[in-house]
Design a protein around this ligand. Structure first.
Ligand code: ZN
Length: 445
């Protein structure tokens, strides 16, 4: 049985390339794969217009190692995922799947928090990332030096990630690389160990640092000596979820390689912070899941949707969202789509999406959507962004999103203040857009 391995790049950018595997069915042999590969590869490329196909080849499938067959990942907050490791000693039966691993999906890229205890574990995480998004894995953040957190790093480096750790991580890993790899090989066996390695960080954090995943900021903080001398925490600003590495434990007592008094001080300080924490290992999370109806507003929900297509009404809405709101958060894009839909429903506006969007087009300063009157041709130069807003348009037309603008039929960006904004009722704000409905506020709302 053979599979196609495709090398694809986002927006044709060589820095944003990755491998995709295409299963071709049980009876695909090498000769047939070589013969038919190009056709399959081209068909896949046609179905993914936002990705550029660079090359393809025939390979044997990667088999999921048995110990990781039930490898689970849960979404603990909008776009924030965690795999929970087991409380166990590294062995061939668990491939050192003994620590928590997180990943966060932004609008432009993905960050992984900790690499897992072996390449096999890291590959299982990569598989789950690719189930949810095609975005590049831009960062691997290592919370500290311990082997169960770092030995899968090569998998993410191969995927193109920049590896970031505490300023002191580099030195700590260099000093222990040999011991960590020798021990792991002995504990989980030569076969399970394959691909596992100490990979030194590309960048060190001293104090704090922000990473931008596109519409989503991760705040990294390097700590004084506690669990180790290279503890780094990661806060996702959007959800308030905080990855603490091994600074905070639940369910078992960890090894200590730093300072017990320093650690107790850190735990006290961290417990005062107003965030939801994701400790290194735990049986249940303090975080609650985002409400089911709100799930559509996440980047990961969009990524899980098929490529959106439709009639001229769909095309008009997708194009309007592309020109009006592609830089917004997913929720902000849904809000703009909702305003357009509210207008279609309202007797004060035309009753189709295309007519609402093109209302006033050609009459200077009367355009309802300024991009239709800016004199420039409507060229879509960011196909990946278009593919995303097209899914927002589809979901809006299909009634899949809960209402979030409270009946708004107007909006403007915070950069301007139109005269009508003082007369209408402000109902919501998402990103740079303020939303309004006609009429003044009444006591009942
Ligand atoms: Zn540790």
């Amino acid at each position: 049985m053979y599979q196609l391995l495709l090398a694809v790049c986002i927006n044709g950018d060589a820095a944003l390339c990755m491998d995709r595997r295409l299963p071709l069915g049980e009876e695909m042999n090498m000769m047939r794969c070589m013969r038919e590969g190009l056709v399959h590869a081209q068909k896949w490329a046609d179905d993914h217009p936002d990705l550029e196909l660079r090359s393809w080849r025939c390979v044997t499938p990667e088999k999921t190692p048995e110990p990781l067959e039930n490898f689970a990942v849960e979404e603990i907050g909008d776009g924030v995922f965690v795999h929970r490791g087991r409380h166990a000693i590294p062995s061939p039966a668990n491939l050192n799947d003994t620590s928590n691993i997180g990943f966060v999906i932004g609008e432009e890229s993905v960050a992984v928090i900790d690499a897992g205890g072996s390449a096999a574990v890291a590959s299982a995480v990569m598989f789950h990332i690719r189930e949810r998004t095609d975005l590049p894995v831009q960062y691997l953040i290592l919370t500290h030096m311990h082997p169960d957190h770092v030995l899968g790093a090569q998998v993410f480096r191969d995927a193109g990630a920049t590896i970031i750790g505490h300023r002191k991580l580099d030195r700590a890993l260099k000093a222990r690389a040999r011991t960590y790899t020798d021990n792991l090989r002995r504990l989980i066996g030569e076969q399970g160990f394959e691909g596992s390695a100490i990979v030194l960080p590309d960048e060190g954090v001293d104090g704090t640092r922000e990473l931008d995943l596109g519409g989503r900021i991760l705040r990294l903080e390097a700590h004084p000596t506690a669990h180790t001398d290279n503890d780094l925490t990661v806060l996702d600003e959007q959800t308030g979820l905080w990855f603490l590495g091994d600074l905070l434990f639940a369910g078992h007592t960890p090894a200590l390689d730093g300072s017990i008094t320093g650690w107790i001080e850190r735990m006290k300080a961290l417990s005062k912070a107003p965030a939801v924490v994701v400790p290194a290992s735990s049986t249940n999370s303090a975080a609650s899941n985002a409400g089911a109806s709100d799930a559509v507003f996440s980047r990961s929900w969009l990524a899980s949707q098929p490529r959106a297509t439709g009639s001229s009404e769909f095309k008009c809405l997708a194009e309007a969202l592309y020109f009006e709101a592609r830089g917004e958060t997913v929720k902000g894009q849904f809000a703009v789509a909702e305003v357009i839909r509210n207008r279609v429903k309202s007797s004060r506006f035309p009753n189709s999406f295309c007519a609402v969007i093109n209302e006033g087009t050609g009459k200077k300063h009367r355009c309802q959507f300024s991009y239709t009157c800016d004199g420039r041709p409507e060229t879509i130069s960011e196909p990946a962004a278009y593919a995303r807003v097209a899914k927002v348009a589809r979901a809006t037309l299909d009634g899949k999103a809960p209402d979030i603008t409270h009946g708004a039929t107007f909006y403007h960006t915070t950069a301007v203040r139109p005269s009508w904004s003082r007369k209408f009722t402000n109902t919501a704000r998402y990103g740079v857009h303020l939303f309004y409905r006609r009429g003044v506020r009444t006591a009942s709302n």
